[in-house]
Each structure stands twice: as structure tokens, then as C-alpha cells.
Design a protein around this ligand. Structure first.
Ligand code: PLP
Length: 228
């Protein structure tokens, strides 16, 4: 694999249609590598551990847009609330409410994406379509003034079966469309479908994704041992 971060970034960016945003997933990688991507022009970074993201945010320039892409734990929201831009993995109303409460404490506004469980695998987090619909229908989210629901996020099954992967991404897109029509019709902020990683982002874009989260194709393989 080519380890030139700048070259990897330009190759990937050149392959993205206009309007598709790139989140550079930098989890487990040292700040020097993020700085290299930053120097090449990248401004959106994704991390999945709150403490790691917080340390990196303090070591790197302040115009970076930090996206938390990991599993959200309620008791860690306050740690990232002062600086995080987007929390992608929101999968209960209680978490939305806690993000709102913490954002308000810091006089901030945080964008949240609703994580939907679209994969067949049991282990992935996220709302089921029914749970998400029930939450939106119930309506209390409308009172949360320090968050914006910016769209949906999902992960496809980890399989070589392209038809299955495409089908799961299309399902995410269909859910987005139906929520948009029903609950966010006159809300321009509900505009993001975050789907697609290094191995499947082209399929995700074909199915309607407009935000891809790419790690290993930019930074190389992750060494989890080093991260311990
Ligand atoms: C790690 C991760 C990615 C990036 O995966 P790559 O295969 O390295 O591109 C994307 N999304 C989420 C939620 C992740 O945890």
C-alpha cells in the first residue's frame, strides 16, 4: 500500500463526485500523520475514542472539524462537547438529549447523525428503522435546541457480496428520504447520508451517500497493538 498520505488523499478526493464530503478516519494514528493530512488540505477528521480524539484536538490546529464516529457512551459526551462538530453514532433519544444538555453547557451547537443498523451482522450498533421512526414520530427531539439532526449514518455488512452491500446502502438512503419527507421537509440541515469506508465507499456513493469515512486507504493499515 502506498503510504504517501498526501498522494492517497488527492487520489481519493479526485474519485469523489462533487458534493461528497470526506471524513479522514485517523483513529489509532499519531498526530504527525494527521498533521500531514492537514498540511495537504484535509480539515475533517474522524475518531472513535473520545479520549484519543480529545488529545489530538488539543495537539492540532483549531480549524479542524472533529467527527466522533464511534459508539457514543453517555458518560463521555461531556468530554467532547466543548469542541466536537459532529457526533455520527447517535442511536437513542437519551443520547441526543444528553448531547443537547452538554452542548448547552458550553454554549455550543452540535450536529448529530442518526446511526441506523442496516447490516445483517448482529454486532453493529444503531437504531432499527422502527426504533428511529418511533423516536422521530414521538417528537421530543424538536425541543432540543443545541443539537441539529444532520442526517443518517450507517455501516454495511463486511462481505464481498456487492449486491448485498449495495442493497444495505440503498436501504439507508430510502430511510433518509422517508425521514426527510416526513420530519425534515423544510429543514435544510437534514442533508447528510454518511456511508462508505475504504472498502465500499464507491458502492455507497452509487447508492446515494454524500459523506464517506475513509481511514486505511489514506493512512494505511491500523496497528491496534500500538494503540494500547
Ligand atoms: C474505522 C472506521 C471507518 C474507516 O474504516 P477504513 O476501512 O479504515 O476506511 C469508517 N467508519 C467507522 C464507523 C469506523 O469505525
Amino acid at each position: 500500500m502506498n503510504m504517501d498520505i498526501k498522494e492517497n488523499l488527492s487520489r481519493i478526493i479526485a474519485s469523489l463526485p462533487q458534493g461528497v464530503k470526506l471524513v479522514a478516519v485517523s483513529k489509532t494514528h499519531p498526530v504527525e500523520m494527521l498533521q500531514e493530512a492537514y498540511d495537504a488540505g484535509q480539515r475533517i477528521f474522524g475518531e472513535n475514542k473520545v479520549q484519543e480524539m480529545t488529545a489530538k484536538s488539543q495537539a492540532l490546529p483549531s480549524d479542524i472539524e472533529w467527527h466522533f464516529i464511534g459508539h457514543v457512551q453517555r458518560n463521555k459526551i461531556h468530554i467532547m462537547a466543548p469542541y466536537v462538530s459532529v457526533i455520527q453514532g447517535v442511536d437513542t433519544f437519551e443520547k441526543l438529549a444528553e448531547i443537547d444538555r452538554q452542548a448547552a453547557r458550553f454554549n455550543r451547537h452540535i450536529t448529530c447523525l442518526l446511526q441506523l443498523h442496516i447490516a445483517q451482522e448482529e454486532t453493529k450498533f444503531g437504531f432499527s428503522a422502527d426504533e428511529c421512526t418511533a423516536m422521530l414520530e414521538q417528537g421530543d427531539w424538536r425541543d432540543l435546541k443545541n443539537i441539529t439532526i444532520g442526517g443518517v449514518m450507517g455501516m454495511a455488512s463486511n462481505t464481498d457480496n456487492e449486491a448485498q452491500v449495495i442493497g444495505e446502502f440503498r436501504r439507508l438512503r430510502d430511510l433518509f428520504d422517508s425521514y426527510k419527507e416526513k420530519y425534515f421537509n423544510d429543514n435544510a440541515d437534514f442533508n447528510t447520508i454518511s456511508a462508505g469506508m475504504s472498502g465500499d465507499y464507491k458502492l455507497a456513493i452509487e447508492a446515494g451517500s454524500n459523506m464517506v469515512r475513509i481511514g486505511s486507504s489514506i493512512f494505511g493499515e491500523r496497528n491496534y497493538q500500538l494503540n494500547k
